[in-house]
Design a protein around this ligand. Structure first.
Ligand code: COA
Length: 344
């Protein structure tokens, strides 16, 4: 286990947050729940029918896991009323009708969608964080959070980042860890969304990666050296995003637009962006869109040997994280720990 992940796990243990896992039907999640509870990584609440979960996982000790069955839970009607009130006036895009006709309809819906049920538990303050997505798509995992948890104060965009852990010494990454955002959620963010992504990624750098963030807004251009006005206008977008982020977070070290080498190599940074506090020593990297970000983190992973922790969701008012559908029980435990830190 990397030092970064070890620190995350140890910090999570000290916090003892209550994390809800709505996917009681998935054995990897059940195993992770059992181990996390035993190792005191977090208090774990699993959703599902206790008899069925135990029948399907006879070898897993669930004595320290809280299991809540939404079908019989006394609070289910309260959560349904909450959902009905929170989504009043919202129209279902597919049917054109109100999302929930009444509390009964909301109840029927959350008994079919345990991720929404878990999001309502989080909203009510009954748990501190939510981890799902082992057997649900990213969209179905994030939508309940987007609809009822909403964004943190001062942030209008939920986004994601990867904590990238260096395989060994790297002269361009003396911290041994970096943060890349957004490589997984926002497809073509505008300048304001990029500013939000930058501020949230800086928070992830502090809270999860344990580093003091120096944020570089990336481009193929450094300080106006190139332009794509005839095509995508991504250079002015990153320039505007830099100005917006600086205004929104004046105490944060943030600068751009930078090519990647100007962001990480001191000699290039000094030449192309003299006087910048970030150029040449950035450790948080903000990409202009999901194409650049997703390709970028996979190059670092495959060619550079970096370990990619994430995607870590950021910008929610309360923490929610999405698992990869190929995840292992150990991956689920790491995401439980990350979510606990975000609930600090
Ligand atoms: C994030 C995502 C799931 C949202 O999809 P969606 O449910 O169709 O979103 P909608 O446009 O219907 O919005 C639903 C609600 O979420 C809000 N919302 C959507 N995206 C948001 C964001 N990034 N930040 C904050 N709020 C957001 C909307 O404002 C809307 O709120 P409202 O219903 O209260 O008015 C979608 O953007 C997505 O699928 N992104 C790509 C994820 C992916 O597949 N990644 C690949 C993994 S590597």
């Amino acid at each position: 286990m990397s030092k970064v992940l070890e620190n995350i796990m140890n910090e999570a243990k000290a916090l003892n947050k209550n994390i809800v896992l709505p996917e009681g039907e998935d054995s990897r999640v059940v195993k992770a729940a059992s181990e996390s509870a035993k190792e005191k990584l977090a208090t774990v609440t699993l959703l599902g029918n206790p008899e069925e979960i135990k029948k399907n996982n006879p070898d897993i000790d669930l004595s320290e896991v809280i299991i809540i069955d939404p079908v019989t839970n006394a609070k289910t009607l309260e959560y349904a009323s909450m959902l009905f009130e929170l989504r009043k006036g919202k129209i279902n895009k597919k049917t054109g009708a109100p999302e929930y006709a009444d509390v009964e309809a909301a109840k029927a819906s959350i008994l079919k969608d345990y991720t929404m049920y878990a999001a309502l538990m989080l909203k009510a303050g009954d748990v501190d964080g939510l981890v799902s997505g082992a057997c649900h798509s990213t969209a179905n995992t994030l939508r309940p959070g987007l609809q009822v948890i909403k964004t943190a104060p001062g942030i209008n965009t939920v986004s994601s980042s990867f904590v990238m852990v260096a395989p060994g010494e790297n002269k361009y990454n003396p911290d041994g860890v970096a943060v890349f955002g957004d490589c997984a959620i926002n497809i073509e963010p505008d300048a304001q969304q990029i500013a939000d992504i930058a501020i949230s990624s800086a928070e992830t750098a502090k809270v999860i990666a344990g580093i003091e963030p120096r944020v570089a807004m990336l481009s193929f251009s450094t300080k106006g050296s190139g332009n794509d006005d005839k095509f995508f206008k991504s250079v002015p977008k990153m320039q505007e995003a830099t100005a917006l982020a600086k205004a929104q977070a004046p105490d944060l070290a943030i600068d751009g637009e930078f090519q990647f080498d100007a962001a990480v190599a001191p000699e290039v940074g000094q030449l192309k962006a003299p006087g910048s506090k970030v150029a040449g020593n950035a450790n948080v990297f903000i990409f202009p869109n999901i194409n650049a970000g997703n390709i970028g983190y996979k190059i670092a992973q495959r060619f550079g040997g970096y370990m990619a922790l994430g995607p870590i969701c950021q910008g929610f008012a309360k923490p929610i994280n999405d698992l990869s559908r190929g995840c292992s029980a150990d991956d689920v435990k790491a995401v439980i720990a990350i979510t606990a830190l975000q609930a600090k």
